[in-house]
Write a protein that binds this ligand. Structure first.
Ligand code: UD1
Ligand code: CA
Length: 468
């Protein structure tokens, strides 16, 4: 076998991610690699790191819970390869059919979710710069516990010994195998079949590839990685720790970019979220998915915001729940507001406490201050929606109907709009009305029981009794 030379053109990289193991210590019905770390299945972090490093072809080795794992990863364009029996890490890599790969391969663990694109890029650069045939990524750990130990002779990599098979002396070594390898696909095809399972676990250890390749005079070396890439998730506590690390990393990056965080340790922002400099995030805020927060916007405590675009200088007040909405500049929403999907709040609009909206376009400078439900509605500009207004959008035919309210309309408190309804510009709706017919422009509509006065209704003696 010939080592590649720099003169050859760059060989493409493929990732093989090992994820067939059971994850017994998770004690959970969910396959381990689908457990969420900071809002997404931990596999998504590993796959995202590969993609970020420019690796297009990703082969995932699946075993336990394979149907569920396949259904999650196949939409990401990841190939799955079934390892029928978990016979060890070397057997797992074989299941990914390296003989059908052209170029180089990076092997990663599906349960090491802290790895990032830059880490993979760095390993690839080192591998290519030294013209290696095989590399293992190592890390120095204070407490190397169950990790495979890196054995060096005169400073050069010689072998990896599993903790279970190691002598007391070997266990003192603090340089460990992170479980990340880089190799040319040819090396994998040729030498994986030579690995035997004569060890304490009767498994085919991928780690044995190191000594086999060294015996065959190939260029093998260790690449130093940071501690983070060695962090694996094996139980619920480790899952929670990994989640915390990912949230902290994101918080740190946002603060470095000028986002104000009152208490970054209790603020939970997913990696996919964008926050502009000058925004203020209070404690216990959850920002998820495709959310974007504009500059000078303040998100008060306890808000949950998913897939929502919030403009500049917006106030999202405490305990507000937003899902798939758009909030334009200088609007204020909450406290205790709930805006459901496809709601758009115009610039300088105000949505107050205990207001729920769904599929509603709420115009510029309009106000709905208290206790209101607007669904399937279009509200113009400068509209005042009185306390307790309800759009009755759902009919007995189980269909949804629209309410359209023009510009400058004044809606008195405790009004119901029985949709479909259209209210013209500048109309006025009297308080307590149940509106069942369209209202023309500038008209007054009142639809409520007339007030009756019965004089002397309460007898004088009765009144005295009540007062005594
Ligand atoms: C492995 C390494 C060890 C290293 C450690 C880093 C071996 C023999 N040992 O040990 O040197 O320090 O990783 O985390 O490789 N898997 C399969 N199919 C199998 C067996 C495992 O897909 O048949 C997958 C697992 O789901 C997991 C990964 O491979 O994602 C690692 O397997 P695991 O059993 O956790 O290996 P360790 O004993 O931790
Ligand atoms: Ca009423």
């Amino acid at each position: 076998m010939k080592s590649q030379t720099n003169k050859e053109k760059k060989r493409p990289w493929t990732a093989i991610i090992l994820a067939a193991g059971k994850g017994t210590r998770m004690v959970s019905p969910l396959p381990k690699v689908l457990h969420p770390v900071a809002g997404q299945p931990m596999l998504a972090n590993v796959v995202g790191a590969c993609r970020g490093a420019g690796i297009e072809e990703i082969r995932l080795v699946v075993g336990h819970g394979l149907n569920l794992v396949k259904s999650v990863v196949e939409p990401w364009g990841v190939q799955t390869h079934v390892q029928a029996q978990q016979l060890g890490t070397a057997d797992a890599v074989k299941s990914a059919q390296p003989d059908s790969i052209e170029g180089n391969v990076v092997i990663l663990n599906g349960d090491h979710p802290l790895i990032e694109a830059e880490d993979i890029q760095h390993f690839i650069q080192e591998f290519e710069a030294s013209n290696l045939d095989l590399a293992v990524v190592t890390a120095e750990l204070k407490n190397p516990s169950a990790f495979g130990r890196i054995i060096r002779h005169k400073g050069r990599l010689a072998a990896i010994v599993e903790a279970k098979d190691a002598s007391a002396e070997t266990l003192k070594i603090r340089e460990v195998n992170t479980g990340i390898y880089l190799a040319s696909a040819d090396v994998l095809s040729e030498f994986l079949p030579q690995i035997q399972n004569q060890n304490s676990k009767k498994e085919y250890y991928l780690t044995d590839l190191i000594s086999i390749c060294l015996e065959n005079q190939l260029k093998v070396d260790a690449i130093k990685g940071n501690k983070k890439v060695s962090v694996g998730v094996n139980n619920q506590l480790e899952l929670a720790r990994a989640t915390r690390l990912v949230y902290r990393r994101k918080a740190k990056r946002l603060m470095e970019a000028g986002v104000l965080m009152i208490d970054p340790w209790t603020t939970y922002i997913e990696d996919s979220v964008e926050v502009s400099p000058g925004a203020v995030l209070h404690p216990n805020v959850h920002l998820k998915g495709k959310t974007k927060i504009g500059a000078f916007t303040s998100i008060e405590p306890g808000c949950f915001i998913l897939d929502t675009v919030v403009g500049e200088s917006v106030q999202i007040r405490a305990y507000t729940y937003l899902e798939n909405c758009q909030i334009h500049t200088k609007a204020s929403v909450g406290p205790f507001a709930r805006l459901r999907p496809e709601t758009e709040i115009g610039p300088e609009a105000h949505v107050g406490n205990f207001v729920e909206m769904k599929k509603t376009k709420f115009g510029k400078k309009s106000k709905a201050g208290h206790l209101t439900y607007l669904g399937d509605a279009e509200i113009g500009e400068d509209v005042n929606i009185g306390c307790g207004t309800i759009t009755c959008n759902y009919a007995t035919d189980k269909k949804k109907y629209k309410t359209k309210i023009g510009n400058g309309v004044f809606v008195g408190s405790d009004t119901q709009f029985v949709a479909p309804i259209t209210v013209g510009d500048h109309a006025v709706i009297g308080s307590g009305s149940t509106i069942t017919k369209d209202v023309p422009e500038r008209a007054l509509a009142v639809a409520r029981g007339r007030q009756i006065i019965k004089e002397e209704y309460v007898k004088v003696e009765k009144q005295n009794e009540a007062e005594s």
